[in-house]
Design a protein around this ligand. Structure first.
Ligand code: ADP
Ligand code: MG
Length: 481
């Protein structure tokens, strides 16, 4: 046991989600990612004197949607504040955010860490706007500023310090990404910065109940970097404590090149930002009727589907995780499940054939050519033993993609792949196989019973998959006894 095992890590996250609205939080500027620098910048984005912000209704709706999905209390009256600071990518000199009265309070996200479920409580969710982007690595002498992102709507989700390891952070961020995608409030794309987090990390002796001073690692936009940053902090902070020192609260930057953190600035006290109520935006008042309206449009949620798929459909955790990863796949499965009870067979088909086909052809499953109506008949052919599953996968499946308007039964007929248990048909093939392999027959009779697999394979091959397996086995047994 090393000294590191005597400590536990405490982590709280501040997650920023960039919302998938068409326009910015407080003006009509386009929010499309990847546009030429400084092309989506009206006078509001540029913070010209005399301009006024105007609330984007979608931002409010998305905040309520996410809040409801996470079981938050929706604050019926919430308000904006100004967070004042100077930075070149913040032309107004302040960020419009919610400090005292955020839109959502409390709530929790349940995440699966390995085999265990863990509840991570949320402190609150608030609405705010993004700043522009400073670029330091293009010009050797100057920093460049792209203000396209200035004013893009964000939600900030602040957790309680409930996380204990990089694995839990990973699970939380993946769960959050899955949820915002289900809710269609964000593309959840970490590489493009639509989902990023600040990691607050502290360590304490196992068994201690009070929290020690924490450090906040800013702006992690990759799970790998977040993991590395937390691991680095764990060791750094424990080393300080083991040497008899104490950790100073600090804001840190993570350097992916070295895998280390370094101080960005001393942590400002909240009052340094001189928060005060935003005078240009009235408080947001949400009626119960409005909240109910948003609730009505809620899609099924990933954790509910996980429950349903594992209990009602009796699917394995492994299958369920693949099927519920994306909403489109889960809905595709749900649609089919109304018309068949062969859930496992449908799951296999989606996981082994349909999803790979969609990936290869770069389409989403909602554009997959075979209509969900045809899938129950397809799996029924396999389950009833009319078509062997390998033949169904190899021959019927591609044919059905070519002719999605035809029924699986009609196509199986056309392809002449319906299995036969017809005695005469089977007898002819079985006799041929046995005649061709007298040595194997002799060996079988002497006790090499596992040669049955070989005979079956031969019969399947010469019948082109049409020999019905049960009847074939029975006939082979009879002939070889
Ligand atoms: P501030 O208002 O200064 O940003 P908060 O109390 O709001 O600080 O906490 C910000 C984040 O830091 C939250 O996610 C919270 O869970 C986390 N946090 C607070 N104290 C600790 C601690 N001692 N160790 C780890 N995380 C912490
Ligand atoms: Mg904070």
């Amino acid at each position: 046991m090393s000294v590191y095992d005597n400590y536990e890590t405490v982590i709280g996250l501040e997650v920023h989600v960039q919302l998938a609205t068409k326009s910015k939080a407080f003006c009509g500027d386009d929010t499309t990612f990847g546009a030429d620098p400084n092309t989506h910048i009206s006078v509001v984005s540029l913070g010209h004197p005399g301009t006024l912000p105007k609330m984007n209704k979608k931002q409010v709706e998305f905040a309520v949607r996410l809040g409801l999905a996470l079981g938050c209390k929706i604050n019926p009256r919430n308000a904006f504040d100004r967070k004042n600071y100077f930075y070149a990518d913040l032309p107004k000199g302040y960020q419009i955010t919610q400090d005292k009265e955020p839109i959502c309070i409390g709530g929790a996200l349940k995440v699966k860490v390995g085999e265990e479920w863990k509840t991570i409580r949320l402190h609150h969710i608030h609405m705010e706007e993004d700043a522009g982007k400073s670029i330091h690595d293009i010009d050797p002498k100057h920093s460049l500023i792209d203000l396209n992102r200035a004013g893009v709507p964000l939600l900030e989700i602040v957790t309680e310090p409930d996380l204990r390891s990089p694995e839990e952070v990973d699970a939380f961020m993946s769960g959050m990404r899955q949820l915002v995608r289900y809710l269609e409030v964000s593309d959840g794309n970490m590489e493009e910065g639509s989902l990023r987090c600040d990691c607050n990390v502290s360590v304490r002796k196992k068994g201690d109940t009070q929290l020690n001073a924490r450090c906040e690692v800013k702006n992690m936009n990759s799970m790998r970097f977040a993991r590395q940053a937390i691991q680095f902090e764990q060791k750094r902070q424990i080393d300080i404590m083991e040497a008899g020192g104490s950790v100073q609260q600090n804001t840190l930057n993570f350097d992916p090149a070295t895998g280390t953190t370094s101080p960005l600035r001393q942590k400002e006290d909240a009052h340094d930002y001189r928060y005060f109520p935003e005078p240009d935006l009235p408080p947001i008042v949400l009626t119960e009727a409005y909240i109910q309206e948003v609730k009505k449009q809620m899609p099924p949620l990933p954790n509910e589907l996980f429950q349903q798929f594992t209990s009602e459909f009796q699917l394995s955790v492994y299958d369920t995780e693949i099927l519920t990863e994306e909403k489109a796949t889960a809905l595709y499965f749900l649609d089919i499940s109304k018309n068949t009870k062969h859930y496992k067979s449908v799951a296999n088909l989606i996981i082994n054939k349909i999803k790979p086909w969609c990936n290869d052809n770069k389409i989403t499953i909602s554009d997959f050519p075979i209509p969900t109506d045809s899938i129950p008949a397809f799996v029924e052919l396999i389950e009833s033993g009319k078509v062997s599953s390998s033949i169904a996968y190899q021959r019927l499946f591609p044919k059905l993609i070519e002719h999605p308007e035809k029924t699986p039964d009609a196509l199986a007929e056309e392809l002449n792949i319906l299995q036969s248990a017809d005695e005469d048909f089977l007898e002819k093939i079985v006799n041929e196989v046995l005649e061709k392999n007298p040595d194997k027959v002799a060996a079988y009779k002497k006790g090499k019973k596992n040669l049955m697999g070989f005979f079956m394979g031969q019969v399947m091959r010469s019948s082109q998959g049409k020999a019905e397996p049960k009847a074939t086995t029975a006939l082979l047994m009879k002939k070889l006894s």
